[in-house]
Ligand binder design. Structure first.
Ligand code: NAD
Ligand code: LMR
Length: 441
């Protein structure tokens, strides 16, 4: 049986140990010969690399392991790149969130001006990794979690149309885990879901069990009454800001009582509420630095100090499961049904043909085969038309180095109140991102 070689790009990411752990746990169904970590920041990657080395040698000593900042070493002889880079690190995420708030606008990692700023940084980094992969392992697949996925996906569609890259997101599957809990099912895989939209901007309009029984009435009733608040803490998003987002789901679903919205729609439906309840001095970036980042790096340190990973565990959640399932579906042509970000090409029949949409696909060794969605309602279509053009304008701005296109993108965003605020914000973002963005003219 063939064994697969995998490079995790963004080796120093807080999500790397979870993915390594999941690859080891899935070894019997998806055997691997080698795992390599690649990052462009040696000191960030090293503690994670050392801890993973110990984990792997204790559980599967035959799996070769290394970590490096050398692209040739990292990308030669591999079958898959699992990428999750953050260009500018949390320091820049913090600015993406805090600068808009100073102008009375939502400050968020992927939504609104913060997401556009992050997009302008990410495109270069993601293309760089894709190009390394194609140079050193031309047959490999890149499975990409790097955010903001909507803008990154539009950029790769346009700038690397023939590349073997699949852009993905863990939010829908994280929410589906919660749906399964509400329904008393063992796994989200006991449901068959239909979902459509853009990344961080979509809706479930059908969820059935394997026998075809409609599960939507029970789910929509629960969410309308309780939001997505569950009695258990066993999920990926347990910080206070996420709990608030899940409580707010009651008001988010109210706009489409029979259809379940992605929780990120909170930022577009209720931007005034989000700004009012945000703390300009302490945003999600601070919460992550104080929480997940500290926790992951201190766990790594403990493993290295103890010289063993026994009894010390990293968290491997839905995020890790999903990317490993995707690699396995490609490797073994399983035709598993998965939500991926792919070119629309008519799947949503009344929506922009060349948009990148998030919809169910069957995944096999040739990649994703998108399923047909058909026509979507006016409300969703209207919101999506506006948002997809924001994302396209950001990529236009990046490609053409155009100040005007970026100003248009910000002005078009549903959560920016005027062209004046958009311009002030753009000037502040340009200054903050001088080391990362192309110079706009
Ligand atoms: P992190 O800052 O902990 O890790 C990112 C790593 O990427 C860092 O070690 C950094 O040095 C490295 N990096 C940055 N630029 C690079 C480049 N050009 N080449 C190689 N390495 C580079 O970030 P994190 O919180 O673990 O998140 C990682 C990424 O995953 C982010 O883009 C985040 O938004 C994304 N993410 C996506 C989802 C999703 O479902 N789509 C969910 C969670 C996180
Ligand atoms: C994270 O936890 O960093 C991501 O899942 C997204 C977010 O908003 O925090």
């Amino acid at each position: 049986m063939k064994k697969f070689a995998i490079t995790i790009a963004g080796g120093g990411s807080t999500f790397t140990p979870g993915i390594v752990d999941m690859l080891l746990s899935s070894y019997e169904e998806f055997p691997i010969s080698e795992i390599k970590l690649y990052d462009n920041l040696a000191e960030r990657q090293e503690p994670i690399g050392k801890a993973c080395d110990i984990m792997i040698s204790e559980r599967y000593p035959d799996v070769k392991f290394s970590y490096t900042t050398d692209p040739e070493e990292a990308f030669t002889g591999i079958d898959f790149v699992m990428a999750h880079i953050r260009v500018g690190l949390y320091a820049m995420r913090e600015l993406d969130e805090k600068i808009p708030l100073n102008y009375g606008v939502v400050g968020q990692e992927t939504c609104g001006p913060g997401g556009m700023a992050y997009g302008m940084r990410s495109i270069t980094g993601v293309l760089e990794i894709l190009d390394y992969m194609e140079e050193y392992s031309p047959d490999a697949w890149m499975l990409n979690y790097s955010n903001p996925a909507a803008i990154v996906a539009e950029a790769t569609r346009r700038l690397r149309p023939d590349s073997k890259i699949i852009n993905i997101c863990d939010m829908p599957i994280g929410m589906e885990d919660s749906f399964a809990t509400i329904l008393g099912l063992e796994s989200r895989k006991d449901m068959i879901v239909r979902y459509y939209g853009l990344n961080h901007f979509g809706w479930w309009d059908s969820i059935t069990d394997k026998e075809g029984n409609d599960l939507m009435p029970q789910l929509t009733k629960y969410i309308s009454e309780h939001g997505l608040v569950l009695d258990t803490d066993a999920f990926q998003h347990n910080d206070e800001s996420w709990k608030e987002t899940y409580r707010k789901m009651r008001d988010v679903i109210a706009l489409t009582p029979e259809i379940i919205p992605n929780s990120y729609l909170k930022y577009y439906y209720y931007p005034d509420y989000v700004v009012e309840t945000s703390d300009k001095e302490h945003t999600r970036a601070n919460e992550v630095m104080e929480g997940r980042e500290k926790q992951v790096f201190s766990t790594a340190e403990k493993i290295v100090e103890a010289g063993t990973a026994e009894g010390i565990e990293f968290e491997a959640d839905a995020h890790a499961t999903f990317i490993v399932d995707l690699a396995r579906a490609i490797a073994y042509n399983t035709k598993e049904r998965m939500l991926l970000i792919v070119p629309n090409n008519g799947s949503i029949s009344n929506f922009t043909y060349d948009a990148m949409v998030e919809i169910p696909c069957l995944v096999g060794s040739d990649g994703p085969e998108p399923l047909h969605i058909g026509e979507i309602p006016h409300f969703q279509k209207g919101l999506m038309e506006q948002q997809v053009n924001v994302e396209k304008l950001v990529v236009d701005a990046y490609v053409e180095k155009s100040y005007t296109k970026m100003w248009q993108a910000l002005t078009l965003s549903k959560i920016v109140p005027s062209a004046k605020v958009a311009k002030d914000l753009l000037d502040a973002l340009i200054e903050a991102n001088a080391d990362y963005w192309p110079e706009l003219r």
